[in-house]
Design a protein around this ligand. Structure first.
Ligand SMILES: Nc1ncnc2c1ncn2[C@@H]1O[C@H](COP(=O)(O)OP(=O)(O)OP(=O)(O)O)[C@@H](O)[C@H]1O
Length: 471
C-alpha cells in the first residue's frame, strides 16, 4: 500500500517515512499543494498524510477539492498550529484523523494502518461547512489538544457530553464551542445553572409547567428542554441537582420525551445535552447524592478540562488574549514583557482561567506603563495574593455555605439562625460601609424596615456609628 505524504519539514518527513516503511508501506513524498494534486491525479494511494502549512499555501483549505476528486481517500492532517480552529477545519474536510504536532509516531502509524484498511471511513463526514470563525478557546498545550480532538469528535453527532473540570477552567466555553461548531449551530444554545435555581423550581424550569400546576403558576411556562429544541441544552453544575430533579432528568433522557409539570401530554425532546460539573461525581454516587444511572447516561463522552496550573504553557497566550480583549473593551492597550509572562506562568491560579482573566483586566486598568515588566507585576500579584488570603471566602455561595457548615458545625436546632447571622454580618457591614453608617439609607438599600435593621444590628452587636464618615 502506498501512502502520499505531503510535508515540507525535511526532518519530520524522514521520521514518518521511516516509520511507515518499517510497517511495510511505500511512501511517496512531496512538499507542495501543486505537487500533491499532480501525484493524486496520476497515482493510486491508500491514504494521504498532510501537513497544514505547505510551501505554496494552506493544505487544509484545498482539501475540499481532494475529497471531491477522491472521496474514498482517507486523509490524516498533521498540524503545528494546534488551535481548535485547525482541529475543526481538519474535521470539517472529513479528515480521518487530526494530529497536533508534536505527535506520537506510533499512534500516527497505527492510524495510517487503520485508515488505509478502511478507505471511505471518516471522522466527520460533513464536507465544506467552512471553518469555524472567531473560536473562543485559547491554548495550544498538549492537554488542550486532547480537548480539541474530543470536541471535533462530537460535532457531527448528538452524543451526550459531560465536561469535567475545576471552576473557571472554561467548561461553559467548551459547551458553547460544541454548539457553535456542531451541526445544531442554527438552533438555540440554552444554558441552565442547576445550582442557581431553588430546588422546588428546578423541575418547572427544566420541563415547564401548565397553567395552575401549582400556586403561582399563573400561565403556561415552556421549560428549558423545549426552549432548546433543535439546539443544545447546557446543564451546568449538574452535581448540585436535587435528587428528585435527577430522577426526572433521567426519565426524560431515557424516554426521549418530557412532561410539563401539571401536564398530561408527553412532548418529545429534540436537543443535544451537554452537562458540566466541577464536582467529583464518583464519591457523590457512593454517598447516595448522585444517581449512578444518570451518571452513565450523561457520561457518554467525557471531556476533562485540566486546571490551568497543569497547562502553564497556555498562560502567556491567555494573558495576551485577555489584554487584547480588554483593549477592545476600551481599557488601555498594554503588553507584557517576557519576564512578566514567565512570572505569570509560575502563579498557582487556583481560580483557573477566570482568575487569570480578572487579574489581567485589573492589570490593564491599573498598570502605569504600556509594557508591564516584572517590577510592575510583582506588587499587583502580591496584593492579589493578600486579597485572596483576607477574603478567604469562596466567591460562590454554595461552596461558602458548605465550607461554613463544615468549619462551624452548629448544634442541631440552631443551624438556621447561626447561618443567617453569619450571612447577615458581612452583608450589613458592607452596606453600612457603602452608606457611611446611615441606617435609613442602609435599610432602604436592603429593602427592610429601619426598625428591623436596628434590632438586628443590636443582636449582632454591630455598631453603625463605627461606619460614620468623619471629615
Ligand atoms: N481556553 C480559554 N480561552 C479563552 N478564554 C477562556 C478559556 N477558558 C476559560 N476562559 C474564560 O474564563 C472564564 C471562565 O470560563 P467558564 O465560565 O467557561 O468556566 P467554567 O469552567 O464553566 O466555570 P464554573 O465551573 O465556575 O461555571 C470565562 O470568561 C471564559 O471566557
Amino acid at each position: 500500500m502506498t501512502i502520499l505524504l505531503v510535508e515540507d519539514d525535511e526532518s519530520i518527513a524522514i521520521v514518518i517515512t521511516a516509520a511507515l516503511e518499517a510497517e511495510g508501506f511505500s511512501v511517496v513524498r512531496c512538499d507542495s499543494i501543486v505537487e500533491r494534486d499532480r501525484l493524486l491525479a496520476t497515482q493510486e494511494f491508500s491514504a494521504l498524510v498532510t501537513d497544514v502549512m505547505l510551501t505554496d499555501g494552506d493544505g487544509i483549505e484545498t482539501l475540499g477539492r481532494v475529497r471531491e476528486m477522491h472521496p474514498d481517500l482517507p486523509v490524516i492532517v498533521l498540524s503545528a498550529q494546534n488551535t481548535l480552529d485547525t482541529a475543526v477545519r481538519a474535521s470539517d474536510t472529513g479528515a480521518f484523523e487530526y494530529f497536533p504536532k508534536p505527535f506520537d509516531i506510533d499512534e500516527l502509524v497505527r492510524t495510517v494502518r487503520q485508515a488505509a484498511g478502511s478507505q471511505g471511513a471518516s471522522l466527520g463526514g460533513g464536507v465544506d461547512e467552512g471553518p469555524g470563525q472567531g473560536l473562543p478557546l485559547v491554548g495550544r498545550s498538549a492537554s488542550m489538544q486532547a480537548v480539541y480532538r474530543m470536541i471535533t469528535r462530537v460535532l457531527r453527532n448528538d452524543l451526550t457530553v459531560l465536561i469535567l473540570g475545576e471552576s473557571g477552567t472554561g467548561k461553559e466555553l467548551v459547551a458553547e464551542a460544541i454548539h457553535q461548531l456542531g451541526h445544531r449551530q442554527k438552533g438555540p444554545f440554552v444554558a441552565v445553572n442547576t445550582a442557581a435555581i431553588p430546588a422546588d423550581l428546578i423541575e418547572s424550569e427544566l420541563f415547564g409547567h401548565e397553567k395552575g400546576a401549582f400556586t403561582g403558576a399563573v400561565a403556561r411556562h415552556i421549560g428549558k428542554f423545549e426552549q432548546a429544541a433543535g439546539g443544545t441544552l447546557f446543564l451546568d453544575e449538574i452535581g448540585d441537582m436535587p435528587m428528585q430533579a435527577q430522577t426526572r432528568l433521567l426519565r426524560a433522557l431515557q424516554s426521549g420525551s418530557i412532561r410539563r409539570v401539571g401536564g398530561r401530554d408527553e412532548v418529545s425532546i429534540d436537543t443535544r445535552i451537554v452537562a458540566a460539573t466541577n464536582k467529583d461525581l464518583e464519591p457523590m454516587i457512593a454517598a447516595g447524592q448522585f444517581r449512578e444511572d444518570l451518571y452513565y447516561r450523561l457520561n457518554v463522552v467525557p471531556i476533562h478540562l485540566p486546571p490551568l496550573r497543569e497547562r502553564a504553557d497556555d498562560i502567556a497566550a491567555l494573558a495576551r488574549h485577555f489584554l487584547a480583549l480588554a483593549a477592545t473593551e476600551g481599557l488601555p492597550r498594554r503588553r507584557l514583557a517576557p519576564e512578566a509572562e514567565a512570572m505569570l506562568m509560575r502563579q498557582p491560579w487556583r481560580g483557573n482561567v477566570r482568575e487569570l482573566r480578572n487579574f489581567i483586566y485589573r492589570l490593564a486598568l491599573l498598570a502605569r506603563e504600556d509594557v508591564i515588566d516584572e517590577a510592575a507585576l510583582e506588587p499587583m500579584l502580591a496584593s492579589a495574593a493578600r486579597a485572596e488570603e483576607q477574603v478567604d471566602i469562596p466567591l460562590d455561595l454554595n461552596s461558602a455555605v458548605e465550607r461554613w457548615l463544615g468549619e462551624h458545625n452548629p448544634p442541631p436546632g440552631t443551624v438556621y439562625d447561626a447561618a443567617l447571622a453569619a450571612f447577615e454580618r458581612p452583608l450589613f457591614n458592607r452596606i453600612l460601609a457603602v452608606t457611611g453608617g446611615n441606617q435609613l439609607r442602609a435599610a432602604q438599600m436592603l429593602g427592610i424596615n429601619r426598625n428591623t435593621l436596628r434590632k438586628r444590628l443590636g443582636e449582632l452587636s454591630i455598631d453603625p456609628d463605627s461606619f460614620l464618615r468623619r471629615p
